[in-house]
Design a protein around this ligand. Structure first.
Ligand SMILES: O=C(O)CCC(=O)C(=O)O
Ligand SMILES: [Fe+2]
Length: 345
């Protein structure tokens, strides 16, 4: 992508934090300007995204139409949530029955069969568009205004996810609603979720950074993920066997493909491993929104994408079975694609 300049702030602390976690390079995933999305530039933008998806599994978007004041408000309130006393946060903790809410490493052994492998604190909030109020009972009610702001944020994020999925569908020769429909299955609307990750500054000289990082993973349950980071860098992507450090761009979203999209596109795109690393002196917040298939849906390669030259690479699976495996086994790279892969291919 030409034209985009990204301010590079050298952050030795993070490089240091990653010592022992493999070679680290700086490279920018493609930056895609969506301002002409509904005009004559649409096809060109679609092709840029297609290239980025094939080469990186990640791209960044600007001029996406998302209200930047809503982005900053959500970020600010999320930080306020994490800064509350622990007992207040734990009132909204995840449970074995409902894996939604606040989670931290302290809960590792207390969520029944759910394996928690993360060391970072996070908050997970699902939005069920058909029953928003019922769904929100698992959402924290403090700080004031948090629920309302996150409701607006998730409704807008869902629209943007669907815009991107329509563009990707068209670009790969499908009907514009093909990827949305493949996510819904016959069961009904998809769910969106917000996952906020909070990284305390990594201050101990002795503790390996990886103990404080969000371990390498692919976004297993998602079709698409759209990440909004605060100004502190911390996201790293695995590309060509090396870790690439991403510098946040103000008001941009970092979009990545989840395992479900890899399966639906029959491997045209791959979900890519990434991780989150703390900074040495500053706190960091990232806010990811995810586009999830409905729990009842059945996920497999879209039939038009299975051809003689590109035979079916993945089995058709119940999304529910997969989610159960995921909770039992914890965050782990390449979950769903391994689970669904047809072994002989
Ligand atoms: O904090 C980050 O930048 C990464 C977050 C992430 O990968 C996730 O929430 O799935
Ligand atoms: Fe992720």
């Amino acid at each position: 992508m030409g034209g985009a300049t990204v301010a590079k702030e050298e952050n030795g602390a993070m490089d240091q934090a990653c010592a022992g976690m493999g070679e680290l390079v700086i490279e920018d995933p493609p930056l895609i300007d969506l301002s002409g999305l509904d005009g004559p530039e649409r096809r060109k933008i679609g092709n840029e995204i297609d290239e980025a998806c094939k080469k990186w599994g990640f791209f960044q978007i600007i001029n996406h139409g998302f209200d930047s004041s809503l982005m900053s408000k959500a970020k600010m309130l999320a930080k306020e949530f994490f800064k509350q006393p622990e007992e207040q946060k734990l009132k909204f903790r995840v449970t074995e029955e409902v894996f939604e809410g606040y989670c931290c490493s302290k809960l590792r052994d207390s969520v029944g069969n759910v394996k928690i492998t993360e060391s970072t604190e996070f908050l997970l909030m699902f939005l069920d568009i058909q029953d928003i109020k019922k769904q929100q009972k698992y959402w924290p009610d403090s700080p004031p205004g948090f629920r309302q702001t996150m409701e607006q944020y998730l409704i807008k994020a869902r629209e943007l996810h669907e815009k991107l999925l329509a563009l990707i569908s068209e670009t790969i020769g499908l009907e514009p609603d093909a990827l949305r429909k493949a996510s819904e299955g016959s069961a009904g609307p998809v769910r969106t979720a917000a996952r906020m990750n909070y990284y305390q500054p990594w201050s101990s000289e002795d503790e390996p950074a990886k103990e404080r990082a969000l371990a390498s993973h692919t976004d297993a349950g998602t079709v698409l993920t759209m990440l909004y980071s605060d100004e502190v860098a911390g996201l790293q992507i695995k590309k060509d066997g090396r870790w690439v450090k991403i510098e946040p761009i103000t008001d941009a979203f970092i979009v990545n493909l989840g395992d479900q999209l890899e399966i639906m596109t029959n491997g045209r795109y791959k979900s890519v491993e990434h991780r989150g690393v703390p900074d040495k002196t500053r706190e960091r917040l990232s806010l990811a929104t995810a586009y999830y298939p409905d729990k009842q849906s059945v996920i497999g390669p879209i039939p038009e994408l299975i051809t003689d030259s590109n035979p079916q690479l993945y089995k058709v699976c119940n999304f529910r079975d997969y989610v159960e495996t995921f909770y039992r086994e914890g965050l782990n790279a390449r979950h769903q694609t391994t689970y669904a892969k047809i072994e002989s291919r």
